[in-house]
Design a binder for this molecule. Structure first.
Ligand SMILES: Cc1cc2nc3c(=O)[nH]c(=O)nc-3n(C[C@H](O)[C@H](O)[C@H](O)COP(=O)(O)OP(=O)(O)OC[C@H]3O[C@@H](n4cnc5c(N)ncnc54)[C@H](O)[C@@H]3O)c2cc1C
Length: 376
């Protein structure tokens, strides 16, 4: 097998699959190295499906807005799979004055970046979603937010990248990047296999920190466990994405009727850690307690399954995306902080453009890897 390509992509999540797809579309050949035995085995097949702009840090907004305007609406057609993308808005719910303050601040910041988001009262909330309880007194409403199916989207990119010529190697765990004439040129795997390319893109979630560390680059991030649950299928109720100011749950109703909800018990740090993300018996009841206050109608819905996944959490809560200037030929998108599904297509699209042309449609300056360095 030829282990040489224009670009060696490390990580087979949504970012790796989509970057390979956009690179191949631009005529650059990609080899994708996935450390586990399965494509999409990380957060990309375990997430809550939120594709939202509201509630995001303003530094991240231009990129996520770009994806929602230019990529998501036609993605199912482009990939030939049903990404189950719904652009029916996001209600971020509040129950008291403190929540209203949090939501108002986020909405004001986002409006300043040109996002269509506004505060609404409890009455208007229930006009949009009549299933919500009277406890909800306010919400931020962003009509262009939505949700999609993480599995079909990630595997859709995989299928199309392969069809265009990208090569995927699973069970190929990357240990090290080596420089060739000062550029990132070689990728060494635990198997002993070596891959060579003109460019290397590190898209390996939390493991990106160790991989980038082999060429002296440190992206400050930690690993955190996120959990989700899915209910039995229910009659169709609504298509909005939901979140809360309190961050006690978020979720949506899927195409076949079940609800997918994510949330936290606060005890995730104490879960058994053998490397495999395992959900905690406490988390689902905690999420449900939150949901029942907002959605009494779901109090009898049965939970079918729970699951967990690792998230790569940036030190300042915002992803790191772009070129690593100290090491020519090296690029990354990591520390996605639980936002990487919704923003993933735009990140991959811009990375491929950057590698192919040296330019991007969206200014990535605020997402630079070296923003954490002490300023002299
Ligand atoms: C429970 C949960 C809910 C979430 N909800 C949302 C949401 O609603 N909306 C949203 O936008 N985001 C959400 N996220 C975050 C989102 O899933 C991630 O940000 C996104 O999937 C990141 O994609 P990725 O390709 O960077 O990472 P991953 O999907 O984690 O892929 C990285 C891949 O790299 C591989 N890898 C690791 N180390 C190596 C190595 N050394 N060599 C080779 N391969 C390696 C891994 O096996 C993995 O397959 C959620 C995450 C979780 C866990």
């Amino acid at each position: 097998m030829n282990n040489t390509a224009d670009v060696i992509v490390i990580g087979g999540g949504i970012l790796g699959n989509a970057t390979a797809y956009y690179l191949e579309k631009r005529g650059l050949h990609a080899i994708v190295l996935e450390g586990s035995d399965h494509i999409g085995n990380g957060g990309s097949s375990r997430n809550g499906g939120g594709v939202r702009q509201s509630g995001r840090d303003v530094r991240e907004l231009p990129l996520v807005m770009y994806g929602i305007k230019n990529i998501w609406p036609t993605l199912s057609e482009e990939l030939g799979v049903d990404c189950e993308y719904h652009q029916d808005g996001n209600l971020r719910l509040g129950k008291n004055e403190k929540h209203k303050e949090i939501l108002t601040r986020l909405a004001t910041n986002a409006k300043g970046c040109g996002l269509d988001v506004r505060m609404i009262d409890g009455k208007e909330v229930r006009e949009i979603n009549p299933y919500l309880s009277d406890e909800v007194t306010c919400a931020s409403w962003c009509p262009t937010d939505g949700h999609a199916n993480p599995l079909t989207t990630t595997l859709g990119y995989y299928k199309c990248a392969r069809a265009l010529g990208a090569r995927f190697v699973t069970g190929e765990f990357v240990k090290e990047i080596r420089l060739v004439k000062g550029r990132a040129g070689k990728v060494v795997c635990a198997s002993g296999d070596v891959y060579e390319g003109d460019n290397v893109v590190v898209l390996a979630g939390y493991d990106s920190r160790a991989i980038l560390g082999t060429v002296g680059i440190d992206v400050p991030m930690t690993r955190s466990l996120l959990e989700c649950l899915v209910t039995e299928a229910q009659p169709h109720m609504f298509d909005q994405m939901l979140g809360t100011a309190e961050a006690d749950f978020y979720g949506h109703q899927t195409k076949h009727g079940s609800f997918v909800f994510g949330g936290s018990s606060g005890f995730e740090g104490y879960n058994k850690d053998n490397g495999t993300p395992i959900s905690n018996a406490i988390t689902a009841p905690c999420i449900c307690r939150g949901i029942m206050k907002y959605f009494p109608i779901l109090s009898k819905a049965k939970i079918v399954r729970t699951w967990a996944g690792w998230s790569d959490k940036s030190a300042d809560g915002v992803p790191v995306v772009g070129a690593i200037e100290e090491v020519p030929g090296l690029y990354t998108s990591c520390a996605m902080t639980g936002h990487g599904f919704g923003i993933g297509p735009a990140v991959a699209h811009q990375l491929a453009q950057l590698i192919a042309t040296g330019e991007t449609d969206v200014d990535l300056h605020e997402l630079r890897y070296d923003r954490f360095h002490a300023k002299i």
